[in-house]
Design a protein around this ligand. Structure first.
Ligand SMILES: NC(=O)c1ccc[n+]([C@@H]2O[C@H](COP(=O)([O-])OP(=O)(O)OC[C@H]3O[C@@H](n4cnc5c(N)ncnc54)[C@H](OP(=O)(O)O)[C@@H]3O)[C@@H](O)[C@H]2O)c1
Length: 268
């Protein structure tokens, strides 16, 4: 038994020395490369982020609440061994703690909080009288609280990075300065404003740890199949531009709400 333990210890040490992390899927990460964790990565903006980071040789922890249904993500991960698909419903405390335990020794350079509950366009312009309490609560649970819990769970992983960044995808619908001046998206706007408030508070903590934390608007993006909103941009344009903003972040931008297009500051 003692010999077996010694042997296991020896193998683990060897793996650490050669710079690879093996997880229980048997996938391997090259720890010479940076690592990103992306929430809601099975479709649209999240999925495109997975592809872009993977292409740039990042290790990608691609999380989704339904790994088995994530066909396109699975297909992509099968061809790219720097992508690990993991189960994560950001409202589920057990999922969060399981994943945090699994990756407890993994440095995370970018924690990309993409998962969100976004209203589809027909429901976006409902009046206050039509706001459904269940949807309002769910929006808050996912967009604000869920994101907060993910950040709580993975903060220590980001602290291990020399260049840690925490990004939260927010929306101009929540900006008092830049939103359309019409009644709209009550539940969504309220929940993203709460998210922004959390990010702003957090920025005072993270500054001391040399971690940059921001809210980021992806712009108005065509993500609803079969629709093409006037003025909306395509997913790849939004993601490519956000990648530039994220890559060029400086500590001066810590605690700001930035635009995908050129990284300009959006008024809260
Ligand atoms: N599209 C836009 O024009 C726009 C504009 C401003 C801001 N945003 C924000 O940008 C982000 C991505 O937008 P998108 O258009 O790609 O959104 P989307 O198409 O609605 O996709 C949302 C993603 O979040 C996931 N998700 C939802 N609830 C979750 C939960 N409880 N746990 C884990 N994952 C969850 C979804 O998973 P399932 O597939 O399982 O539902 C999906 O992967 C969102 O935060 C959105 O609010 C988008």
């Amino acid at each position: 038994m003692q010999n077996q333990n010694k042997k296991n210890y020896g193998i683990a040490l060897f793996l650490i020395l050669i710079g690879f992390t093996f997880n229980s899927h048997g996938d391997e990460f090259d720890n010479e490369q940076p690592t990103v964790l992306i929430t809601g990565s099975n479709r649209n903006i999240g999925l495109e982020f997975v592809k872009e980071f993977s292409k740039r040789n990042w290790n990608v922890i691609a999380t989704t609440r339904r790994p088995d249904d994530a066909k396109e993500l699975n297909k992509f991960a099968a061809k790219n061994n720097n992508v690990n698909i993991e189960l994560l419903d950001i409202t589920n405390n057990q999922d969060i703690s399981n994943l945090a335990s699994k990756y407890q020794n993994q440095t995370i350079d970018i924690l990309l909080n993409n998962a969100g509950l976004t209203p589809r366009y027909l429901s976006a312009f409902r009046r206050l009288s039509a706001v459904e309490e269940d949807i309002a609560r769910e929006s808050f649970e996912i967009n604000a609280l869920g994101t907060m819990k993910v950040i709580q769970a993975f903060m220590s992983n980001v602290e291990q990075s020399d260049n840690g960044k925490i990004i939260a995808l927010s929306s101009k619908a929540s900006s008092f300065g830049e939103r359309l001046k019409v009644p709209m998206m009550y539940s969504y706007a309220m929940s993203k404003a709460a998210l922004n408030s959390m990010i702003y508070s957090l920025s005072f903590e993270t500054k001391k740890k040399n971690i940059i934390v921001i809210s980021l608007s992806p712009g108005m993006v065509n993500t609803t199949p079969g629709t093409s909103l006037m003025g909306a941009i395509e997913i790849d344009e939004s993601v490519t531009k956000m990648m530039v903003v994220i890559e060029n972040l400086t500590m001066e931008q810590n605690g700001l709400f930035l635009d995908y297009e050129d990284g300009r500051t959006i008024d809260w």
